[in-house]
Design a protein around this ligand. Sequence first.
Ligand SMILES: [Zn+2]
Length: 216
Amino acid sequence: MIELFYHLFLYAIIDTERGAEVDELRKIMGLGNGYKVVKIEEGSDGKVKAKYIHVETKSSKCKCPKCGKYTKSVHDRLKSVKLKYVKAFEQVTYVMLSKKRFICHKCNYKFTEPVTIQGESKSISNKVEQKILIDLRNYNLSLKYIAEENNVSDNTIRNILKESMANYPEHVINLPRVISFDEFKADTKKGKYAFVLNDPIHKKVLDILPNRKKNT
Ligand SMILES: [Zn+2]
């Protein structure tokens, strides 16, 4: 798989017009078929080298969020947004996403098309958010390490964790019959380890406590 990816990467750098190969790259990157890889560049991101993968949306029509009518009229294309992506070959990677603005002829409303690859915090992709959530489950990784590894700040990690917990009650009142505990290195002001309460049968996280002390 890695070899294939490398092979495709070289092709993509040499000639981005090779549609099929670039489309394979899109698939390997986990981008849906609503997207198209148009160009790959290498550049510097501060002190480190980074890959910039330019991606466009392929949508030809879009539903007006105001009146609900579909429109095919593209008003303009917005300047690309830079999204942090998961690393490719241990290199910092960004997706440069170009979004279109449509205009609805029924109500004259101009709107930006919705995209699925942008995460909750607007400068990172949902792929990075997913990777961070997986990393957080690994007991051996510290929050600082996860932040560095994913090229984001400690605060971003906390926000992603908070966001993913938003649907859970602050304190779990009705405990299921079976629960399990987990800890991960959090290194927060409140303690070195965070304490995770799981419902192993329904494979759900019930609560995350800032430390493993009894009074929490
Ligand atoms: Zn409309």
